[in-house]
Design a protein around this ligand. Structure first.
Ligand code: GTP
Ligand code: MG
Length: 381
C-alpha cells in the first residue's frame, strides 16, 4: 500500500518534519524532494523510516551550523587549598574480600566498638557509612555499602572516596577468587591495602599459608618482609578490633591525610534514597570544607538546602568536617550515589547550575541521537 509522508507520520505518531528528516537519511541516494504529500512507493524506505524513527529519532541541529557557545554556569571544585589551611583528617576505609569471609560481620562489630554515641541510644541507621572513634579520640570512617559496589561506583565517577582498603581474608578459607579481584581493584585505584585475617577463633588456622598466598598476589605483609599490615581478628567474637582500627589510624598517619576544613564544601554522595520516615535523604561524605545546616549544595542533577544532618547513629549533628559521613535532609532533587557534592553561594546559583547541567545533558542526548542515526545510515550504505 502506498502512503504519503503525512500518512507515515500519522501512523508513527511523529511530527511530519521528523519523518522528513528520517527520509533524508533513509533515502540518501535519490534526488527526491520529499514533502508531506510525496507518495512513497518503495516499501523498503518505509521500513527504514520506521526503524530510524524508532531509534529514538529526534530532530538534530544542522551539523554545519555553529552551536553558539553558552557561558559555562557549572559549579566547579575550588583550586587546591594552601598548605597552611590543611588539617589532618581521618582515613576513609572500604572493606572488601571474598564472599562469606566476614565483611558484614566485621563492619557490624566495628560499629559497636565506637566510643561515640554509646550513651546516646539512638537508632542505628544504615546510611552507607559510619565513624568509629577510639578512646584516644582518633577516628576512622568506614563505608558500609557492599564493598565492591561502593568501590566501583566511587571509582567509575573518578571520585576517590577511599583512602584504604581493608582486605578481609577468612583464616580457614584463605585467598580466594574475589580476594584476588579485590587486590586488583585496590591496585588499579592506587589505594593501599591493610589485611584483616578474620575468623581467627576457628581451630587449626594457618596464617603462614595465607601470608604466602597473599605475597604471591603482590600483597607482601610485614611478617614476610613487606610493608603491608596484617591484623588477625575475629569479627564474630569481636577480638582484636581495636588493633585493627589502630592500624588504620597508623596507616592514615603514614599517608599524611589532610584536608581544608574551611571554604566551600566538597564531597561525594555515598547513597541516596527516599526514606519512608525522613523523605529525600542522601549520605554525603565530606571531603573538604565543613557541611552545616543552611549550606546550599549541588550534586549531579540534585540539590539541597541542608535542613538537617544526622550521624549513622541517628543523632543530629551540627557540623560535618572532612572525612565525616552524614545523612543530609533538605533535598529538592535527589542526587545519585557517586555524584560529586559542591557547595554554592545561594539557592539562585544552585538553580542556575542545575539548569546548565540539564541543558548539557540534553545536548549530549542529541549527540547520541545523531550518532545513532549516522550509524544507522552507515549500516544501510
Ligand atoms: P557476603 O556479604 O555474602 O560476601 O559475606 P560477608 O563477607 O559479608 O560475610 P558475613 O559477615 O556475612 O559472614 C559470613 C559467615 O561467616 C557468617 O555465618 C558469619 O557469622 C561468619 N563469620 C564472620 N566472621 C566470623 C568470625 O570471625 N569467626 C567465625 N567463626 N565466623 C565468622
Ligand atoms: Mg556481607
Amino acid at each position: 500500500r502506498n502512503m504519503t509522508v503525512q500518512d507515515i507520520a500519522n501512523v508513527l505518531k511523529k511530527d511530519v518534519d521528523h519523518v522528513l528528516k528520517a527520509l533524508e537519511f533513509a533515502d540518501k541516494t535519490s534526488d527526491t524532494n520529499y514533502t508531506k504529500k510525496t507518495i512513497i512507493y518503495n516499501p523498503q524506505i518505509i521500513r527504514d523510516v520506521v526503524k530510524i524513527s524508532g531509534f529514538r529519532f529526534k530532530l538534530v541541529p544542522n551539523p554545519d551550523q555553529e552551536i553558539e557557545e553558552e557561558e559555562n554556569k557549572d559549579a566547579v571544585p575550588a583550586p587546591p587549598a594552601a598548605p597552611e589551611a590543611l588539617r589532618p583528617r581521618p582515613p576513609v576505609v572500604c572493606v572488601m574480600g571474598h564472599v562469606d569471609h566476614g565483611k558484614t560481620t566485621l563492619l557490624d562489630a566495628l560499629r559497636d566498638t565506637s566510643v561515640v554515641d554509646q550513651e546516646f541510644g539512638g537508632i542505628t541507621q544504615h546510611i552507607g557509612a559510619f565513624e568509629v572513634q577510639l578512646s584516644s579520640g582518633e577516628k576512622v570512617t568506614f563505608l558500609d555499602t557492599p564493598g565492591h559496589a561502593a568501590f566501583t561506583a566511587m571509582r567509575s565517577r573518578g571520585a576517590h572516596a577511599t583512602d584504604v582498603v581493608v582486605l578481609v581474608v577468612a583464616a580457614d578459607d584463605g585467598v580466594m577468587e574475589q580476594t584476588v579481584e579485590s587486590i586488583r581493584m585496590a591496585r588499579e585505584a592506587n589505594v593501599p591495602i591493610l589485611v584483616a585475617i578474620n575468623k581467627m577463633d576457628k581451630p587449626g588456622v594457618n596464617i603462614e599459608r595465607i601470608l604466602r598466598a597473599l605475597a604471591q598476589h603482590g600483597v607482601v605483609c610485614e611478617a614476610v618482609g613487606g610493608d603491608v599490615q596484617a591484623i588477625p581478628v575475629s569479627a564474630l567474637k569481636k577480638q582484636n578490633l581495636d588493633t585493627l582500627v589502630e592500624a588504620l589510624t597508623l596507616q592514615a598517619q603514614l599517608m599524611d591525610l589532610k584536608a581544608d576544613p574551611g571554604g566551600f564544601v566538597e564531597g561525594v554522595v555515598i547513597e541516596a534514597q527516599l526514606d519512608p520516615r525522613t523523605g529525600k535523604q542522601a549520605t554525603v561524605l565530606v571531603q573538604r570544607g565543613t557541611l552545616r545546616k543552611g549550606c546550599v549544595i549541588v550534586a549531579g542533577s540534585g540539590w539541597a538546602k541542608v535542613r538537617m544532618l544526622n550521624s549513622a547513629e541517628g543523632r543530629p549533628v551540627l557540623e560535618a568536617p572532612p572525612s565525616t559521613p552524614v545523612a543530609v535532609l533538605g533535598w529538592r532533587e535527589l542526587p545519585a550515589a557517586g555524584d560529586t557534592v559542591l557547595e554554592v553561594a545561594s539557592e539562585k546559583r544552585a538553580s542556575e547550575v542545575l539548569k546548565w547541567r540539564h541543558n548539557q545533558r540534553m545536548k549530549e542526548k542529541q549527540e547520541l541521537d545523531r550518532a545513532a542515526i549516522e550509524a544507522k545510515e552507515a549500516a544501510h550504505r
